[in-house]
Write a protein that binds this ligand. Structure first.
Ligand code: DCP
Ligand code: CA
Length: 621
């Protein structure tokens, strides 16, 4: 079948300089069979993916909340600038700057500190100078706006579009399926193989109509050295037609978001996720960039490969040193054999990425988060049992509010368990979790959540005042959140049900932005080749790091560690819940409510040293 794009080595017709083997799949032959086939998946030569990212997202949320649409504004979290709107960027203000320096550049700068909770708050409040020793940040507003935006994408894009939330302000869209439909509607002659087609279904499609790109976005140039007007004469391909249909749909959806919510967004449209994401920042803000296949070589080749998200950090450094290269173009001369010899089998993904190839699927995630987590870093430490209670109240307030808010949208949502996790640097192991079944109570109030949290805290820390403690971080989470059919399930059947449930994932973690001090480290491994994704070696669960956390290598590592630790909690929780159900059946009552870390030493997982490319990603601390 001629549908596999890599099986054919025809080059884009107008491309004179391309090396024959590097970008050999840019203009694959599209036959009637290809067009009429269903589910070609990631190998579909007509595949079109978009990535849409909100411009200066937190800052935009605050501008809309405060109704100040044009003023320079920054969002602060403790001392760090976490979002800078575009008017403020005009003054040269960046996220890396100290607030004092930003104010010097723009004295009229509007500075908004993210909302915070303190003990006694039922809802987060905006305060000018909250103290990290007594307050906890809340990202509720941004999360709520993010949910609305995702819903609008779902409503606004053609039916059949797969949408994957990639971070709080980004989503990938796979438009391949609806585009095929639209292609067949607009060009009905494509749906019938002509009687005189020489190879029947395997006959190539007739030449496509020219594409009118005006008003569809910015085209990444095929040859940047030439006058852009010359590009109009470049013959289009059927993939270009598909891109233009996607661009129309995206333009409409983005306008809808702007009209209904006020946010401006930028989009990248290309043949895969990697390229869509990369070109989304080609024109920002309010830009929509389209990367035609023919433009891929000249777009990628001059790029400093260490600036590519996946190739920053240690791996990028290592590649640069090993091969003495700096651009993607330089690296193209390295053969797959050489790369694999040095970086292991898996480095084929690097080899592919450099050639603009990425077969990662857009995966729609569950609509309802299975867990909610609130956490607090305590760099000064908590040294006494009673010092923990105010923090538990703060965490409880946040969880209560979020669960109640989620129940407004999906009534009958109920968590199965409440889990507490503490990092006590004076204890061994430093990282411990404990969970308890969440009772059916009439109302989820701060008091009820705090009472459950206090109980777990006492059990985790112990009530012996002599025991040394210094807790530098604690979190409280609801896990196993699902819709319960009231009336059908009594408390007994709910908790005693032997129904196997999928593992929970921490998809709704309101953790603070400051990288947490790294804990004792968990036994599970990340088996993902993508440094922003954690795939658990125990259960295969996949957790993807939001883009917002991947500005620097250091941030990424800290955030990945956090994700890994949090996931470990859910394994612990799961293990305990299994033991609880054994206990309920009277088989193993003594193990009920076991604390992580009380396991016998022999049960400790052996640390495996990662091989090949994995060693650049698995060492997270
Ligand atoms: N964010 C954060 N800490 C960081 C990076 C980001 O808290 N280190 C938050 C604030 C951002 C939001 O995540 O508004 C989205 O991150 P982006 O990287 O998409 O940045 P912005 O949306 O602010 O700006 P841009 O217009 O460049 O996308
Ligand atoms: Ca953004």
């Amino acid at each position: 079948m001629s549908t596999a794009p890599r099986s054919r080595s025809s080059l884009w017709k107008g491309k004179e300089k391309a090396e024959s083997n590097d970008f050999d799949d840019l203009d694959p032959v599209i036959t009637y069979r290809t067009l009429l086939a269903q589910n070609l998946g990631a190998l579909d030569p007509l595949r079109v993916i978009a990535l849409c990212d909100s411009d200066a997202f937190y800052a935009a949320c605050e501008m809309i909340r405060l109704n100040i649409p044009t003023k320079p504004l920054v969002v602060l979290q403790w001392q760090a600038l976490i979002a800078v709107n575009y008017p403020a960027r005009k003054f040269g203000i960046t996220r890396m700057m100290k607030i004092q320096d930003a104010m010097k550049l723009c004295p009229e700068l509007v500075v908004v500190h993210v909302a915070t909770y303190q003990e006694g708050d039922k809802e987060p409040q905006y305060r000018e100078n909250p103290d990290s020793r007594t307050h906890k940040v809340s990202l509720d507003l941004y999360r709520r706006e993010s949910v609305k935006m995702l819903q609008l994408y779902k409503d606004g894009l053609p039916e059949g579009t797969e949408i994957e939330k990639a971070s709080i302000d980004e989503a990938f869209m796979d438009l391949t399926k609806p585009i095929r439909q639209i292609l067949l509607e607009r060009y009905p002659y494509l749906s019938q193989v002509p009687d005189d087609a020489p190879m029947g279904l395997d006959t190539p499609l007739p030449p496509p109509p020219p594409v009118a790109w005006e008003h569809l976005g910015t085209l990444v140039p095929i040859d940047p050295s030439k006058d852009p007007s010359e590009e109009e004469n470049v013959p289009s391909t059927w993939h270009d037609v598909a891109l233009s249909i996607a661009a129309e749909a995206m333009e409409k959806a983005r306008q809808k978001i702007n009209a209904e919510l006020g946010y401006t967004t930028s989009a990248g449209i290309a043949r895969n996720k990697f390229l869509a994401k990369l070109c989304a920042s080609y024109r920002k803000p309010m830009g929509q960039s389209i990367l035609r296949n023919a433009a891929i070589p000249n777009y990628l080749k001059p790029m400093e490969f260490q600036k590519i998200r996946f190739l920053g950090g240690k791996l990028g450094e290592s590649l640069a040193n090993e091969f003495d290269v700096s651009t993607v173009g330089d690296l193209l001369s390295i053969s797959l054999d050489d790369m694999q010899r040095r970086f292991g089998e898996e480095s084929i993904w690097v080899y592919d990425i450099l050639r603009g190839i990425d077969h990662t699927e857009v995966q729609a995630k569950q609509a309802v988060n299975k867990s909610m987590l609130a956490s607090k870093n305590l760099p000064d430490g908590v040294f006494k049992l009673e010092e923990g209670f105010p923090w538990i109240r703060v965490l409880a307030a946040e969880l209560a509010l979020r669960l109640n808010e989620a129940r407004e949208v999906t009534p009958n949502l109920w968590p199965k368990t409440i889990v507490m996790h503490v990092r006590n640097v004076k204890a061994q192991p430093t990282s411990r979790s404990k969970q308890a079944p969440w009772p059916f109570v009439k109302e989820v109030t701060v008091d009820v959540v705090a009472a459950a949290g206090n109980k777990l805290w006492k059990e985790l820390i112990g009530t012996d005042v002599q025991t040394p403690m210094k807790v530098i971080g604690m979190s409280l989470a609801f896990t196993g959140i699902e819709g319960v059919e009231t009336g059908l399930k009594s408390i007994d059947t709910f908790f005693k049900s032997g129904v196997k449930r999928p593992l929970d994932s921490v998809e709704d973690a309101d953790t603070e932005n400051v990288p947490e001090p790294l804990g004792a480290g968990s036994g599970q491994r990340n088996i993902s080749k993508d440094p922003t994704t954690f795939i658990c070696s125990r259960c295969g669960q996949r957790l993807t790091l939001p883009r917002s956390a991947t500005r620097t290598e250091e941030e990424r590592r800290a955030q990945m560690q956090k994700i890994q630790d949090e996931h470990e909690d859910f394994h612990v929780a799961l293990e305990i819940s299994k033991e609880v159900s054994f206990a309920e059946r009277g088989r193993k009552p003594e193990s009920k409510g076991k604390v992580r870390g009380e396991e016998k030493p022999k049960k400790k997982r052996r640390k495996e040293s990662p091989k090949g490319i994995a060693k650049f990603f698995n060492k997270l601390s």
